[in-house]
Design a protein around this ligand. Structure first.
Ligand code: 5AD
Ligand code: SF4
Length: 489
């Protein structure tokens, strides 16, 4: 079902009856109730009501926010960037401690705004809310938050909001609805995409890997895959709606489909997605090295639509640390994988995630990471200082590495990352690359910006009429984090 069909379904709902039990009809019911409330509010205030959704963290959160914005817009809210809005939502991340600190900082600022506008509604959701200690802290120190919900019940957004604004008994309380886990996947809710020509598509939720440093399995729950038919139907709808590029999203896409009643592999899903006419580019993330199959490499090599680019988190170049991290591969196995990828797809771009300063990481182990980084010829890396997360096995490990040393390692690693990024970009100099045009560059309105199939950001002299199209661009200059070019005919 596309957005318009969903809107029609909502129109047909009878709100004089009690709410239906089944989903998504139950949510359609609350959306419709809120639409009526919104009309009255607009009249009362003599203006549109605004909302601001602030997203922290990864692509999964970004996609969740699009779902929340889809519901908000269907209700009738106007989306704004400013936190001085009638409704403000923080979709939070907790993968590292500073993500939490950022949210507390913003909540402090929000308090002041809300003092000026007591009718303002504030909501918190996302991974951070799955932690009991966080919810306790908010209950104690941020009393003016109105609604807290977690990662498993985003689909209930309209119901929670209507409790706040339509239910007298609930409206004065802080509404908290956080589920520990779920097996439920609710389809067919409105989604508002950031771009009309490209979109993320969830293929699975949760993670079963329990890497020893990582909080994701605790806050996103066990792995659940969507039915392939639902994924294909969604992408077909997106393509009809103008989408030419999809990013298939999952914490570990290579284990997609294993828990379905009729199991199917990720490569089989890719084959099916590839057949969708009108779809031009397929990306996916994230791939866990332990599950990346030869079959996937083969499918990628043959495909005309799957972008020749892979995000393959390494985390550490030390086999000993990889074992303690519970990653299920060692340095040699990882290198073999990279060799296989490069043998099958010579121009593949590989990016990665790396953690430095894991408990008791020695200089020698860090050197292993540096040398593996050199060897793998990465295009890009997201690098992090290890951050202990409560409840994970690594958080219980004694650590004898001073923070300054961790910081020093991060800086040394980042130097290599920078050097390699520039080196890898140089292979595109004077080449003609296909670019999906995003729009005018924020820094220079006369330039257009977009991404190549290798996920390289490129600023180029182009045409506004080509936004959303894939156009050929000649690379005229190469920088560390971006390319520059000119559109050619
Ligand atoms: N500390 C630092 N980095 C972390 N990551 C996940 N958990 C932690 C942590 N506790 C990093 C990993 C992962 C990326 C999304 O975040 O590199 O791949
Ligand atoms: Fe976290 Fe590991 Fe799962 Fe990635 S694979 S989300 S690092 S537990």
């Amino acid at each position: 079902m596309n957005y318009d069909t969903i809107k029609e379904e909502i129109k047909d709902i009878d709100i004089t009856l009690p709410p239906p039990q089944e989903e998504p009809e139950r949510q359609y019911y609350f959306i419709k109730k809120l639409q009526h409330w919104m009309e009255l509010k607009k009249e009362e205030k003599g203006r549109e009501l605004t909302c601001c959704v602030n997203t922290f963290g990864c692509q999964m959160n970004a996609r969740d926010s699009e779902k929340i914005i889809g519901i908000l817009m269907t209700i009738g809210y106007k989306v704004v960037e400013d936190e001085d809005a009638d409704l403000v939502i923080f979709n939070t991340c907790t993968v590292r401690e500073n993500a939490n600190l950022k949210v507390y900082g913003r909540l402090g600022q929000l308090k002041k705004i809300k003092n000026k506008n007591p009718e303002m509604i504030t909501m918190l959701c996302g991974c951070m809310m799955q932690e009991e200690s966080v919810v306790e802290k908010i209950k104690k120190s941020y009393r003016n938050v109105d609604i807290i919900f977690g990662t498993h019940n985003i689909f209930k957004f309209a119901e929670l909001l209507s409790m706040k604004v339509l239910d007298r008994a609930e409206s004065k309380k802080m509404i908290i609805d956080v589920w520990k886990d779920t097996t439920e996947i609710v389809e067919e809710l409105p989604v508002e995409r950031k771009y009309h020509f490209k979109s993320g598509v969830n293929i699975m939720f949760g993670c079963n890997n329990f890497c020893s440093y990582c909080i994701v399995p605790y806050v996103r729950g066990r792995e659940r895959s969507r039915e392939p038919e639902d994924i294909i139907a969604e992408i077909e709808c997106l393509v009809k709606d103008g989408v030419v590029e999809v990013m298939l999203l999952g914490q570990n896409v290579n284990s997609y489909g294993k828990n379905l009643e009729n199991p199917i592999s990720f490569t089989e899903l890719l084959r099916r997605v590839e057949k969708i006419e009108g779809l031009k580019r397929i990306r996916f993330m994230t791939s866990h090295p332990k599950d990346l199959s030869d079959e996937l490499i083969e499918v990628m090599a043959k495909s005309k639509k799957i972008c020749k680019q892979m995000h393959l988190p390494l985390q550490s170049g030390s086999s000993r640390l990889l074992k303690i991290m519970n990653r299920h591969y060692d340095k040699e196995q990882y290198l073999t994988l990279v060799d296989k990828l490069r043998a099958a797809i010579p121009d593949i771009g590989i990016s990665t995630d790396i953690i430095v300063g894991f408990p008791n990481e020695t200089e020698e182990q860090f050197q292993d990471t540096l040398s593996l980084y050199e060897e793998c010829e990465y295009d890009l890396a997201y690098t992090f200082i290890y951050s202990p997360r409560e409840g994970t096995p690594a958080a219980k490990m004694q650590d004898n590495v001073p923070f300054e040393q961790k910081q020093d390692r991060l800086e040394r690693l980042n130097e290599v990352v920078k050097e390699k990024a520039l080196k890898q970009n140089q292979r595109f100099l004077n080449q003609i690359v296909d670019v999906l045009v995003d729009g005018p560059s924020k820094r220079d309105e006369t330039m257009m910006t977009g991404y190549t199939a290798h996920q390289k950001l490129i600023n180029f002299k182009g045409r506004k009429e080509d936004i959303g199209k894939i156009v050929p661009v000649k690379v005229t200059e190469v920088k560390t984090w971006a390319l520059k070019g000119e559109q050619v005919d």
